[in-house]
Design a binder for this molecule. Structure first.
Ligand code: AMP
Length: 248
């Protein structure tokens, strides 16, 4: 079985995003970019399935600018076998990504497409679901546990207040949640080896996909600034304050 892992290059999760002065979006100039954290979890899970002898090949794919090569090299250094960069400087929306992934999945015929549950830049949480719908495949979203067994995969899903277990017939789409695993760090020797692993470069038009945006961002704004707290002398003063506010 082959596993296809889509990885997105996004603003690093440690960076505090700055909104552009004209409110048209987030300022990405000179900002550290990294692999979307949920996609690192997807790469890790694919590697674990391969290490368990249940997959033979892991193919990482990214849709984005030339620099997304770095993200793919990270996936290769972690343990993916080869990579495909679908190069575009356009901002690509989830529907276009899903259409490109569908075309790649039709060529590559993976048993599982393992995506992150959401990209932390646009927080869409749509691509995996759209891909499953476009391909008519079963989907296990928000995976907390993934177990491949023969021609099926059992996914424990994180739902409000607990876990839901679903069994999907392969080929299937899985999206990863935070608690699925802890991704490994790539070792230096593996980073060196990753430089020699194959990386194909394509364009959206190779897959017949028009990436023109369907959505227009009308405004992006900073969250309201939090009011400073107040220190009180003792518990009695705290209780008096709360009473004065009419909370207790
Ligand atoms: P989203 O629907 O944008 O929140 O993204 C969900 C998941 O889809 C991500 O965690 C990635 O696995 C995948 N994905 C989204 N955009 C891209 C992209 N440009 N390139 C590769 N994978 C992507």
């Amino acid at each position: 079985m082959k596993i296809l892992v889509p990885v997105k290059r996004v603003i690093d999760y440690n960076v505090k995003p700055r909104v552009k002065a004209d409110g048209s979006g987030v300022d990405l100039a000179n900002v550290k970019m990294s692999m979307n954290p949920f996609d690192e979890i997807a790469v890790e899970e694919a590697i674990r399935i391969k290490e368990a002898g249940k997959a033979e090949e892991i193919v990482a794919v990214s849709v984005g600018p030339a620099k997304a090569q770095e993200t793919l090299r990270t996936a290769l250094a972690m343990g993916a076998d080869r990579a495909i960069l679908v190069e575009t400087d356009d901002e690509v929306e989830p529907l276009a990504v899903a259409k490109i992934l569908k075309a790649i999945a039709e060529e590559e015929t993976p048993g599982i497409v393992m995506l992150g549950k959401q990209a932390i830049d646009d927080d869409s949480n749509q691509t995996g679901q759209m891909l499953a719908a476009l391909m008519g495949r079963p989907q296990g979203t928000f995976a907390n546990t993934v177990e491949v067994d023969g021609d099926s995969v059992t996914v424990k899903r994180e739902v409000d207040g607990g876990l839901e277990t679903v069994k999907l017939t392969l080929p299937a789409i899985v999206t990863t949640d935070l608690r699925l695993n802890e991704p490994r760090y790539a070792s230096l020797p593996n980073i060196m080896k990753a430089k020699k692993k194959p990386l194909d470069t394509k364009s959206p038009s190779d897959y017949g996909v028009d990436t023109a945006p369907r959505l227009k961002t009308t405004n992006v704004s900073e969250p309201p600034v939090r009011q400073a707290g107040e220190k009180v002398e003792d518990v009695d003063a705290l209780v008096a304050k709360i009473k004065a506010l009419g909370i207790a």
